[in-house]
Design a binder for this molecule. Structure first.
Ligand SMILES: Nc1ncnc2c1ncn2[C@@H]1O[C@H](COP(=O)(O)OP(=O)(O)OP(=O)(O)O)[C@@H](O)[C@H]1O
Length: 420
């Protein structure tokens, strides 16, 4: 068989989610393309499109009910689909107390799309792994069924697509592109706030997908009930299935994330004290945590030094929290949680039941009394709360200490235990 005979029968079948599917007639062709031509094809695709396009080869007979075409299937008019990051999988996600529930829910949704939790809404602060988990669902679904039709967009993309469809009179195509799916993943739904027309369109899209048991996954930076200017009916749809929160990872999880990142990036011989130091400094945002590790690596390389604690300290000067200060808030949260027999994640979480709210307010009060942290910093360490929430908590405890002797004794005891 000549080279031409191998190349000519292969047909580009479809291009979606950043992946080109090529159909080939026999196992021989499959083997040849996978092992001899794939690298070249990827190279050409990169040159032509400027993007890293993944490839997949399928035998014609395996395309059940599908009709190969001579040309690449036309991309939908609404192609705001952002390619999935193949690195965002369940395997590369480090589980800890702060994200356990979100992880388990996302995993469940990927195993039984559309059936278990629909929609699944993951919310939490910046850089805590919401997008990672959302895309892990899509990647797992595609691994099980490479033909699954999955669309991942930010809500801004959805808005843009919708506006374009109005401008160009192509609303019908828009609807088709968003409704003929097995799963729709929309990141950062808080951007739908105040966009009433788009909200209505999204509401309708949501209903069609949901009625057909198609999986919907959403992320937001806060509980949808607290997103301003989101219509009531949309909020009620968002929280219809399962709503889970991700809070900032605790110290142990941060260290585990750093270890994983170092492995992934082949950064070797990092002493544990360097991981501990970085994890103590950066306590609210995993993206920054990873960035700090890379910064230490580059700094060490530039100065031709090993990644020692002193190098890390120099590299991260002025970045993140002061380690001793951070430990204090962490310690205060732990002490208060232990005293009231609740979890530290309750203290940093958002539950509003009294037996959690009061300890949380006491912990905020003590963080203000015993450390030099500003109100916004304390807010961040308590799961990304606003500084006004912290202020309110401190005021409340201050007032109640004057009226309630039992509360005063509790706060005094905690304060004495915590003081160095
Ligand atoms: N538990 C985790 N294990 C491994 N990597 C994580 C974890 N949490 C976050 N990351 C990594 O941190 C980075 C930021 O995560 P991601 O983009 O998913 O955050 P996000 O919550 O969607 O943030 P944003 O609100 O800014 O969109 C990514 O590189 C992600 O892989």
């Amino acid at each position: 068989m000549t080279y031409d005979n191998v190349v000519a029968p292969a047909k580009a079948y479809s291009l979606s989610n950043g992946r080109l599917t090529v159909v080939v007639p026999t196992d021989y062709h499959l083997d040849f393309w996978q092992n001899k031509l794939d690298v070249q094809l990827k190279h050409i695709l990169k040159e032509e499109t400027g993007q890293d396009i993944d490839t997949r080869y399928v035998l014609t007979k395996d395309l059940i009910g599908a009709k190969p075409t001579d040309n690449v299937k036309k991309e939908p008019t609404f192609k705001e689909t952002t390619p999935l990051n193949p690195e965002y999988t369940f395997e590369t996600f480090v589980e800890g107390r702060s994200n356990q529930f979100a992880y388990a829910s996302a995993y469940g949704a990927s195993e039984q799309p559309g059936l278990l939790y629909n929609p699944l809404l993951i919310y939490g602060g910046v850089g805590l792994g919401k997008t990672h988990l959302m895309q892990a669902i899509a990647n797992a679904m595609l691994q099980r069924n490479p033909n699954a039709k999955i669309k991942y967009v930010t809500s801004e993309n959805f808005v843009n697509d919708y506006i374009n469809s109005i401008k160009t009179g192509t609303q019908e195509q828009f609807r088709q592109a968003y409704r003929d799916l097995d799963a729709l993943l929309v990141d950062d739904v808080q951007f739908l706030s105040s966009k009433n027309e788009t909200q209505l369109e999204f509401f309708n899209t949501f209903n069609v997908l949901h009625d057909n048991n198609k999986q919907i996954v959403l992320t937001a930076d806060q509980n949808p009930k607290e997103i301003p200017n989101l219509t009531e009916r949309l909020v009620s749809r968002f929280v219809w299935g399962l709503t889970v929160e991700i809070t900032p990872p605790d110290l142990e999880t941060r260290i585990a994330i750093l270890n994983r990142k170092a492995d992934e990036e082949h950064i070797e011989n990092v002493p544990n004290e360097v991981f501990n130091f970085i994890a103590s400094k950066i306590n609210t945002n995993v993206r920054e945590l990873e960035g700090a590790l890379m910064r230490v690596r580059v700094f060490a390389q530039l100065h031709s030094q090993p990644m020692s604690l002193s190098v890390a300290k120099e590299a991260l000067q002025g970045i993140g929290e002061d380690a001793s200060t951070e430990l204090n808030i962490d310690l205060i949260q732990k002490k208060v949680a232990a005293y009231f027999n609740i979890n530290q994640s309750d203290i940093t979480g958002k539950k509003r039941v009294k037996n959690i709210v009061v300890p949380r307010q006491i912990a905020m009060y003590l963080s203000r009394e015993l450390t030099d942290n500003s109100l916004p910093r304390i807010g961040r360490a308590f799961g990304g709360k606003d500084h006004t929430t912290v202020l309110h908590a401190i005021d409340k405890i201050e007032k109640q200490i004057g009226q309630d002797t039992q509360l005063k004794n509790t706060v005094d005891k905690l304060q004495n235990d915590l003081r160095p």
